[in-house]
Design a protein. Structure first.
Length: 133
């Protein structure tokens, strides 16, 4: 019994050392893996061979992408990808605001919905533009 505990501890320490400096998992990885499993389940149900083949390639591609992100040593780039994904999800969930890009500097500006035609001032470059909310 003591041998098994020792072996489990050595394996856990080896895994910790291997993952040191690597990115690990985040919300984008979770979404990729869930999408991959859903596509695999759909491909198991669909009887058409060509659709099944495309779905399986997509399923394995998403799994490979998630695993390669998890073991990546470029943590800054993976963090930026996850941040953009979380911003997109937040923007989709936000029903009280509209998002526009400033025509001059491309800064994203958030304004309340349902106010009609309003004049928007960019907080970065002070450019004024009119949009319908």
């Amino acid at each position: 019994m003591n041998f098994l505990r020792n072996l489990a501890g050595r394996i856990a320490n080896g895994l910790r050392r291997f993952m040191m400096g690597r990115y690990g998992s985040d919300k984008l990885n979770t979404a990729l893996l869930i999408a991959s499993v859903v596509i695999c389940l759909i491909s198991a149900i669909v009887p058409l061979t060509m659709v099944k083949l495309v779905a399986m390639v997509l399923c394995y591609g998403l799994m490979f992408w998630a695993i390669s992100r998890m073991f990546s040593r470029n943590t800054y780039k993976r963090y930026q990808e996850n941040r953009k994904y979380l911003q997109l999800v937040e923007r989709i969930k936000d029903r009280q605001h509209r998002y526009y890009d400033c025509p001059r500097c491309r800064q994203q500006v958030r304004v309340p919905r349902g106010k009609g035609k309003i004049s928007i001032t960019c907080p970065k470059c002070k450019e004024k533009f009119i949009k319908k909310t």
